[in-house]
Design a protein around this ligand. Structure first.
Ligand code: AKB
Length: 317
């Protein structure tokens, strides 16, 4: 049985991933790592162990790893793209100095490590459509620079020390549980909340701007599936392209309108978000993930929209 530490367990991915991992490996085998001010609550707190785990405090995390005999770390600590652009030094401190801490702890304690990369690791010179797995990565954002560094540093720890590092490049993640905070793709979550609350939606991203997106259940499956994959099949390690849908704001708006005909959206483009979105690919080619660890997403825009509206309506009622 694995013993897993999820760092960032109360965040957008962590809050759902921790519960999924507890369902698979047993509640007592999955530690929810959080920072002060983002304490776990409810079922996340009650269903299993929780410990303060600030990635900038390596000694504290090392003690948690030893206490629970951790062999797998999901390192989800990061600032999203828009926040990172406004707080670049903090983004680096958490994303890269924090990653060094985790990788060193993993090396010393024999842990496997998953640290997400992102579509933000690409830049304006990257081929925009069906972006290949191995291609130009010259991001213009500090978020992207930290994600490319994450991929390279994780690969280096594997090649140099044999640390079992693996990761995917997440697209914009859409969930009905914990909202994201400060990402470029957040509009694709916010739009559902507006529709369910009966409010008009002001879209910060321009019409015609395509980005890859994914429903959270598929993203969680990707994490588990990749970490369970047979290492012999992995020609790549860090930064697998994964994809399930690509759309522009008008397409998600019209999809929601099929279910909520009175819903209205207007554009009020945010310059920073738009400049980031315009530098990211329209769609990724995920052939390597499909071939090397059988990646196979289940949701598309239509089925995600039905599920999002149903779950959010029940929750916000
Ligand atoms: C963001 O928008 O910053 C993230 C991402 C795509 O990495 N959702």
């Amino acid at each position: 049985m694995k013993n897993i530490l999820v760092i960032g367990a109360t965040g957008q991915i962590g809050s759902e991933l921790t519960m999924k991992l507890r369902g698979i490996y047993g509640n007592e085998h999955v530690v929810a790592g959080y920072i002060r001010g983002a304490e776990p609550k409810g079922i996340l707190l009650e269903s299993g162990p929780a410990e303060i785990c600030d990635v900038t405090d390596g000694a504290a995390i090392d003690a948690v790893v030893k206490k629970y005999h951790i062999d797998t770390i999901y390192n989800l600590a990061a600032l999203l793209s828009v926040v990172a652009e406004n707080k670049p030094m903090l983004a680096w401190k958490i994303g890269i100095d924090g990653l060094w801490n985790i990788l060193e702890i993993a090396r010393e304690n024999g842990c496997a490590v998953f640290t997400p990369s992102s579509i933000g690791s690409f830049g304006p010179e990257t081929p925009r459509d069906q972006t290949p797995q191995d291609t130009t990565q010259r991001p213009r954002t500090i978020y992207g620079i930290s994600k490319v560094t994450t991929e390279l540093l994780s690969d280096w720890y594997f090649n140099k020390y044999g640390v079992d590092t693996r990761s995917v490049r997440f697209p914009g993640l859409i969930s009905n549980v914990t909202p994201p905070g400060g990402g470029t793709t957040d509009y694709a979550v916010d739009i559902y909340y507006a529709a369910v609350k009966g409010q008009d939606f002001i879209c910060p991203i321009a019409e015609g701007t395509y980005m890859d997106m994914m429903y959270m259940p598929d993203a969680l499956n990707a994490c588990v599936q990749l970490m369970e994959a047979n290492p012999v099949r992995l020609a790549h390690r860090n930064g697998f392209n994964i994809a399930s849908m690509s759309f522009e704001p008008g397409e998600i708006y019209r999809e929601i309108q099929k279910h909520r005909p009175d819903f209205r959206m207007q554009y009020q483009v945010d310059a920073l978000k738009q400049s980031i979105a315009s530098s990211w690919p329209n769609s990724l080619d995920d052939t390597c993930a499909r071939n090397e660890w059988d990646w196979n997403p289940t949701f598309n825009l239509e089925s995600m929209t039905v599920d999002m509206l149903e779950k959010l309506s029940a929750r916000l009622a």
